[in-house]
Design a protein around this ligand. Sequence first.
Ligand SMILES: Cc1ncc(C[n+]2csc(CCOP(=O)(O)OP(=O)(O)O)c2C)c(N)n1
Ligand SMILES: [Mg+2]
Length: 212
Amino acid sequence: MNYATADDLINFELGIAKLWENGDLPFLLHFCGGNEAWLADFFQQVNEGDWIFSTHRNHYHALLGGIDPNRLTDLIRRGDSMFVFDQQRHFFTSSILAGTCGIAAGVAWALKEESSKNRVWCFLGDGAEEEGHFYEAVMMVTGHDLPCTFIIEDNNRSVDTSIEERMPNPFRMPWPDCVVRHSYTPVYPHAGNGCKHMITFKPLAQTTETAS
Ligand SMILES: Cc1ncc(C[n+]2csc(CCOP(=O)(O)OP(=O)(O)O)c2C)c(N)n1
Ligand SMILES: [Mg+2]
């Protein structure tokens, strides 16, 4: 897939960062800065019709997966950064840590049953890697030889906590081949923390409740 270059991704994030800094966004969001070059390259092997699962930090995956930048901006502007999906493009996200892993394995099972040429790409963070759901999904994908790859984008942060702070004896599982790990240094803190408008969200429009 070739829907965005590394520069496109950086420019998109800079535009969103400006909205954030101006206090124009109504809800939390997560920047992806730092991993654009690797991701743009990685997506060369993702094909049309493949299924992509992502997380709370999904803007780069969405753009690389063919979601229109204007549509993504609209979603972010209305506070839906963490809830991006596009059924036609087979693009889904969840902010539940490791919440998509089992679904990804299930979709891969269905693709194998159908003898489909498409496959599943499931992106997660290093914090999600520590969740039990991930282990179960890796077991299923490996044990049944399912067309699914899990990609751990390791920014050495779970929220803002490094692995050294999370574990006195930092440890990583020697995962099988269906897991790809890539370490990178994030440009932004977890969710804009530290940016000057962390607290100053633009309020969502009030909904009027009718008295019954
Ligand atoms: C099941 C569950 N537990 C806790 C959280 C709260 N939470 C949101 S992001 C996050 C950190 C996840 O780490 P990682 O996957 O590395 O993502 P990153 O912090 O790098 O964005 C946590 C604990 C959650 N979303 N879901
Ligand atoms: Mg992380």
